[in-house]
Design a protein around this ligand. Sequence first.
Ligand code: NAP
Length: 246
Amino acid sequence: MIDLNEKVAVITGGSRGIGAAICLKLANFGAHIAIIGNSENPELIKQIKSLNKKCIFYKCDVSDYEQAKNTIDSIIKDFLKIDILVNNAGITCDKLIIQMTEADFDKVIAVNLKGVFNMSSLITKWLIRNKNKGKIINISSIAGIDGNIGQTNYAAAKAGLIGFSKSLAKEVAARGITVNSIAPGFIETDMTKVLPDEFKQKSLNAIPLKRFGDVDDIANTVAFLASDMADYITAQTLRVDGGLTL
Ligand code: NAP
């Protein structure tokens, strides 16, 4: 059984979509929740607190190292420890390469990849210093494995994230810290709501399980990887995509 009782979990981009579902799921399994993001979701915080779990929102742009450092310092002060980090914050700026500007490329790399470096390096230092066997879970994408038209920036960041996770997993394995990635397929959130209907129908036809993913499909996978049931799993990338690759 998954038991996260009294664990402290930090979730980036936890205010809505997949991140909000992860916050709620980990709290349901007993974890206290530190949410990092641009905007607060008071309803979510209320729900988590009603489970008798501590929950604090920290406004922070994950791509900014100074903000990230100050935020992690505040979390340690408020929660006294960190056990789980879920790097979930992400953005898209989809364009064909011939239309993509340098700024379009840079901002997606800054949030989706450098943001993961900022959070992971700061928290890994704390985990090692405090001899805490933490779990780091990075939300990548099948675009980072297979590529996708209009997403050279996003796919580069998400592929980079997989290489980052494997390298970090090797560096920290001896400390009992695990690092894994999840590669979601098509999950129904604000991020995918804006895609053209024709593209959505084509994607649905290609999914063997014949449905789009739900945010809970990802949250369940995170809960498993964050628990001691996954203690012997590290450096892996788990596709959660309804069989899209079959
Ligand atoms: P979403 O609904 O657009 O939510 C993104 C979250 O990231 C929001 O909470 C947002 O905060 C936060 N965020 C964005 N930029 C940030 C920054 N600079 N600093 C801190 N927080 C920031 O996206 P989603 O669909 O839930 O996606 C979550 C993750 O899954 C992303 O990494 C995404 O790439 C990945 N993913 C999603 C799908 C999918 O089909 N949805 C598929 C594969 C991978 P605000 O609410 O304050 O803006």
